[in-house]
Design a protein around this ligand. Structure first.
Ligand SMILES: *Cc1c(COP(=O)(O)O)cnc(C)c1O
Length: 430
């Protein structure tokens, strides 16, 4: 069995499988009885303790949680029965900020504790993951982050969020596709020489330190609904791509969180939806949509969902239902909700909202995770609503900063040479 430290520092198990917590501690009934009196940070401390408390001292864990949650996640009423849990008030205005920051701080702690090698974090991104990880790791000592992204294939606003930071963050602009970026990262993890000379880790949502903290949201959503007297039959709906976010929610339920059921909302990449209908999992290449952070053709956390439910399709389908929407349906929902209620969804949240609108049963209250600020997709959103989207100051500041990136080919030999030369030049690890 691996320690938490191994799981966090290595990311992937040595057989290239995913780490799963061996036991998941349920939280006591008293916690849920008074959860509505606790703050987001207090709730998160209790949940973090259940996951990580055996490996990390309580005061350290509290520091990490408080540092991670420097912003709120308000619950906003959209209709009588549908609430939005806004997860976009962090540094890059999307929910991955929490996992990115938490992982950075936990990894920083383990590195100091080991008192040895520095760690290189490799992350391939099609846009949003890179910015959340880069901002989370900014200034964390002992860690250098390499963000690999496909040249010309991420939006300007996304690119600016990881190419303007400097310090311990390096952006590599790869002359290729997102799949090429991912292949470079995978090859690096498999390369014997690189792994002898460098301590490499992954910051994609396969890392337990990145995906488990996302469970905080679900406890917090429940607490806020309970305060409103709406917590009797809660349905949590999650716009899903790699299924890290929803898996964290399923862990929460496993720990006793009284959420009745889950809905996984997909765009046209409906691999999970098809699995629910047929019992057969058939990955296929992703297609591009306007909810592009969910353009995933082989969700990497599907294996964890299977494991959590003992590989039973029946058990999975009893607690999770699915929905899948075309770009036209996403646009229509975004526009209608804006016109009817004044609430501005982003394209990912629009999938979540619609799945609740179509799927809620009498007596149920729905909460969807609003995973990104609509301004992150302002071109798409403005063209749908025919109106201007207000850009938050934080995003404007990124837009003004100067882009710095290093060009890279998609040939692994070039990437490898680059990493080795840097390691030598920085004077450690060799
Ligand atoms: C990453 C992302 C998702 C999908 O989350 P998964 O954990 O990969 O399922 C949804 N919406 C936005 C805005 C994202 O960035």
């Amino acid at each position: 069995m691996a320690s938490l430290q191994d799981a966090v520092v290595k990311g992937l198990a040595s057989d290239k499988g995913l780490f799963m917590p061996e036991t998941i501690k349920p939280l006591p009934k008293e916690f849920f009885d008074t959860i509505e009196t606790l703050s987001f940070r207090e709730i998160a401390c209790r949940v973090a303790d259940a996951f990580f408390g055996e490996d990390v001292p309580a005061d350290t864990l509290k520091d990490i949680v408080y540092d991670t949650l420097s912003f709120d996640a308000p619950l906003v009423r959209v209709t009588d029965r549908i609430y939005s849990l806004e997860l976009f008030h962090g540094p890059t205005l999307a929910f991955k900020d929490v996992g990115g920051r938490f992982m950075a701080r936990l990894l920083g702690y383990f590195i100091r504790k080991q008192g040895q090698k520095d760690v290189d974090v490799l992350v391939a991104t099609s846009g949003d993951t890179g910015s959340a990880v880069a901002n989370g790791f900014l200034g964390v000592e002992g860690v250098h982050v390499y963000v690999l992204y496909p040249k010309g294939k991420v939006s300007e606003i996304q690119e600016k969020q990881f190419t303007t930071l400097g310090r311990n963050i390096t952006a590599l602009e790869v002359d290729g596709t997102f799949d090429d970026c991912q292949a470079l990262v995978k090859s690096a993890f498999m390369d014997k020489e690189l792994n002898e000379r460098l301590l490499l880790t992954s910051a994609n949502s396969i890392n337990v330190a990145r995906f488990l903290p996302q469970a905080f949201y679900y406890f917090h959503a429940y607490a806020q609904l309970k305060k409103l007297g709406k917590a009797d039959r809660v349905v949590a709906c999650v716009p899903s791509g790699n299924f890290g976010n929803i898996t964290a929610g399923l862990f929460g339920k496993y720990m006793g969180l009284p959420i009745g059921r889950f809905i996984a909302a997909n765009n046209k990449n409906d691999i999970f939806y098809q699995y629910l209908q047929t019992g057969v999992y058939t990955p296929r290449p992703a297609v591009a949509t306007i909810a592009n952070a969910m353009d995933v053709g082989d969700p990497s956390n599907f294996a964890r969902v299977l494991d959590l439910y003992g590989n039973s399709h029946e058990a999975i389908a009893a607690e999770i239902s699915g929905a899948a929407y075309t770009d036209e349906q996403i646009s229509e929902t975004l526009k209608n909700v804006y016109t009817d209620t004044g609430y501005l969804l982003d394209p990912h949240g629009a999938c979540g909202y619609r799945a609740l609108e179509e799927g809620l049963k009498p007596g149920e209250t729905g909460v969807f995770l609003e995973t990104a600020h609509p301004a992150k997709f302002f071109e798409t959103v403005e063209s749908i609503i025919g109106d201007k989207v207000e850009i938050p100051a934080r995003l404007k500041a990124f837009m003004k900063a100067e882009k710095k990136s290093f060009p890279m080919t998609k040939a692994f030999e070039d990437f490898k040479r680059y990493l080795l030369i840097r390691a030598t030049a920085l004077g450690f690890k060799v």
